[in-house]
Ligand binder design. Structure first.
Ligand code: DUC
Ligand code: ZN
Ligand code: ZN
Length: 480
């Protein structure tokens, strides 16, 4: 019988609001129909499985360029493999501006590298040096090219920008239509605490968490929101690590500020105690903000339940543990200040969240779809991603909700030689991934050719429109 190129048959379709038994018909790269008794040239049996949109991971550091011209070890090819293995089909990654340099050349190099991807991708542009040229020429140009999100670091040498620079970036985003994402930690406070800890001989990885307690993140979050409110520019607060920070965001949301919040799998599953493992092991769990404690994770789940936090990403940022290029790049027992920050999580994100969220009864499968695919796509203007509906890209993951798996690094299929989730038991696991109508993973085996991923340019969309609330009604955003 005539029909679709592919029909996914007999599964339970999960949308952001409901679950129902239906078939999905795919024509070419697109979902063409959802309904009963669909027929196709090829049938994928989904009996007993959940059928969900492929994950959208809106915060991944992949092949990120360094100032010396080298790049992080996780390539677009290895990251795509890991993403597909874990049920993710789209990622937003980071193009970096280096201080004292224009954006253009590093963005061009980054685009060249990203062209090897198998997953679909877009970029956040990190702005470190908001010069007149950057503000008036480069930001408008990259936004026009579909890179509709900027990232600002309020801490980290050499990336951080001061408040005046941040305001200039917010105003440029407002003028040209982009979301601004913010890494919120207080630069001076971390510097002061770090020097004090090192002077007292506290150098091992566990002191990373001591150098940046909750107050440091809460203050910067409050300040980022206040400045975004001043300019009337929508923002997303990245990697919220605890409820106290989420409370700052909830207060602003309640008074109508366009501020959204992301947390990451590591803040729901790791704690500061992981950085206190023997020897250098703790370095495997170091990221910023630092993981807190079990109460903080419980607080995050409750903020997710309240709707304060509506995106869960991985902040995938992998550094190898062995050798001298990754976590040990500053030496074998380097002080915590000099150990690269970041944990790999692109491949593990969905399994961790399904298990800790859905299987543990904290959220529904529809919540899971909203938090890990639908909301990130919607908030970042990826119009054809993160949903199963006619016209959307046929990015689909078939999920066995009962499958019990013990996570290993080999399963992650990334370029990093460890996983912080090694040995963790999860219930629920992806068994098949389709990217734009192509099966790219079946039972853990990934098959896709480098270069088949696609850059997703993002057009203007409602979330990035200013709220229209300006103090005294005066719009200063046209002032440089
Ligand atoms: N924190 C970030 O902000 N980026 C990458 C890794 C990390 O830990
Ligand atoms: Zn960050
Ligand atoms: Zn990050």
């Amino acid at each position: 019988m005539a029909g679709y190129d592919i029909v996914i048959k007999g599964g339970t379709v999960v949308t952001p609001v409901e679950q129902f038994r239906a078939d999905i018909g795919i024509t070419g790269e697109t979902i063409a129909a959802i309904g009963a008794d669909l027929h196709g040239e090829r049938v994928i049996d989904a009996t007993g499985l959940l059928v969900m949109p492929g994950g959208v991971d809106s915060h991944c550091h992949i092949e990120q360029l360094r100032a010396d011209g080298t790049a992080d070890e996780e390539s677009f090819v290895s990251a795509s493999t890991s993403a597909f293995a874990g049920g993710t089909t789209t990622a937003i990654t980071f193009s970096t501006q280096f201080k004292g340099c224009p954006i253009g050349p590093s963005l061009a190099e980054y685009q060249r590298r990203a062209a090897t991807a198998m997953m679909d991708y877009s970029f956040h542009q990190i702005i470190t040096d908001p010069t007149d040229e950057v503000i008036h020429q480069e930001i408008p140009a990259l936004i026009a090219a579909g890179i509709r999100s900027l990232k600002v670091f309020l801490t980290y040498d050499p990336l951080h920008v001061d408040d005046r620079g941040f305001i200039r970036i917010l105003a440029a985003a407002r003028r040209h239509g982009a979301l601004v994402t913010v890494h919120c930690e207080n630069y001076a406070a971390i510097g002061w605490m770090t020097e004090a800890l090192l002077a007292a001989g506290h150098t091992i990885p566990k002191y990373h968490a001591w150098s940046r307690p909750v107050a440091v993140e809460r203050e910067a979050t409050f300040r980022a929101i206040a400045l975004a409110e001043l300019v009337d520019q929508p923002i997303q607060i990245f990697h919220v690590s605890c409820s106290e920070v989420a409370e700052e965001i909830a207060r602003a949301q309640a008074r109508g500020v366009k501020v959204w919040a992301e947390t990451c799998s590591q803040y729901l599953t790791l704690t500061a105690d992981d950085m206190d493992r023997p020897g250098f092991e703790g370095a495997k769990f170091m990221c910023s903000p630092a993981p807190r404690d079990a109460d903080a994770a419980a607080g995050l789940w409750s903020q997710i339940g309240r709707g304060t936090i509506d995106v869960i990403s991985s902040d995938h940022s992998g550094y190898r543990f062995a050798g001298t290029a990754g976590k040990r790049s500053a030496g074998v027992d380097a002080p915590f200040r000099d150990i690269p920050n970041g944990v790999p999580g692109l491949g593990a994100r969905l399994a961790l969240l399904f298990s800790e969220g859905v299987s543990a009864g904290r959220i529904t499968a529809s919540d899971f779809v909203r938090l890990t695919a639908f909301n990130p796509a919607r908030l970042f203007g990826l119009q054809t991603k993160g949903r199963l509906s006619p016209g959307a890209d046929a990015d689909v993951v078939l999920w066995d909700p009962m499958k019990q798996v013990t996570l290993t690094n080999a399963m992650m299929q990334h370029a990093i030689d460890y996983s912080p989730y090694e040995g963790r038991a999860v219930t629920g696991f992806p068994v098949l991934t389709l990217r734009r109508g192509r099966v790219v993973m079946r039972d853990g085996t990934v098959q896709a050719e480098p270069g088949t991923g696609r850059f997703v340019a993002r057009a203007p969309y409602d979330f990035i429109k200013p709220a229209g609330c300006l103090a005294n009604g005066f719009d200063a955003s046209n002032f440089a």
